[in-house]
Design a binder for this molecule. Sequence first.
Ligand SMILES: *Cc1c(COP(=O)(O)O)cnc(C)c1O
Length: 356
Amino acid sequence: MNRTSEIEQFFRPEIREMAAYVPGEQPKGGKVIKMNTNENPYPPSPKVVQAIQEAASQRLERYPDALGTGFRIRAAEVLGVEPDWILCGNGSDDILTILTRAFVGQGEKLRLPYPSYILYRTLSELQGAQFEEVPFCRDFSLDQRFTAADEKLRFAFLPNPNSPSGTVLTPKQVAELADQLPCPLLVDEAYADFADSNCINLVRKNPRVMVSRTLSKSYGLAGLRFGFLVAQPPVIEMLRKVKDSYNCDALSLAGATAAIDDQTWLLDNRRKVVATRDRLTSKLRDLGFESLDSQANFVWCKHPEKSSRELYEQLKADGILIRYMNYADWGDGLRISVGTDAQVDACLAYLAGYLA
Ligand SMILES: *Cc1c(COP(=O)(O)O)cnc(C)c1O
């Protein structure tokens, strides 16, 4: 008897049937220019590295602070809330997992816009829940289909800025959606530090609105794994029951606290990335690409005559990795993460070459 299939039968049917979430490629070594997973092209604040080194020399035999209180105190000051409005996560993906587990049971429903972050589907499938994808309108707003009543609906995700489009809904638009939705709403603000607006203020007004943030993109700390949720204290209290007891380790807590403390670094980094992003967008348009105005650290684009998949393959062969995405019933295109100016220039020069 085949031993593999023998063990497979013991897995929950949801797990057997689901497809694995596939993150962007992480090439080993080589001289690849990596602009495919929206990482920051710059290293984090040196204060972060220093804080991690200090933490590493202290008491690693002990469990870390289960609630990350040092981080929460500092982050609360920066965000203008109180520490009991913050839940720390092992990356914001951990926050998304905690929320899905807390709100959406088997057979219940989760709503999300389309196209958006693919991980939401995976989280829903793990719960044995259903997900309902509501297409964005042409102008990347969401209409009443997103807020429609539904007996089974328990929770909604809204990435804002959205990936892969880089588009944003204004706080006013999000407030209106939240008011009409018959369930709580997570505004996933993984890219909000690069945007002109954010929805932290909505959390104060509406207990059904929550905001998640990550240090992976804007703080240059994708390798650290740290994210957090901002929500009203009764929500945070319930979610603490769902999280792993020690979901953030001592080193990431130390690094994250130093990172959020260095707002000077954040603003300087934001300025550089936003300037390069806007230059990338306008140069892509000069090359004939159709591209959306982005408020994130990546640009979504498509050439009206050239196959996106081929352009992706050509860049890859030349050592530049970007993301090719193909969404059923919506279309395909390229998502280019903002690199350093030199990386972006190299990418643009190759693209100009292929199009000449
Ligand atoms: C990158 C990303 C995340 C995950 O961030 P981590 O903190 O690295 O887990 C969450 N949501 C969206 C929309 C993202 O693009």
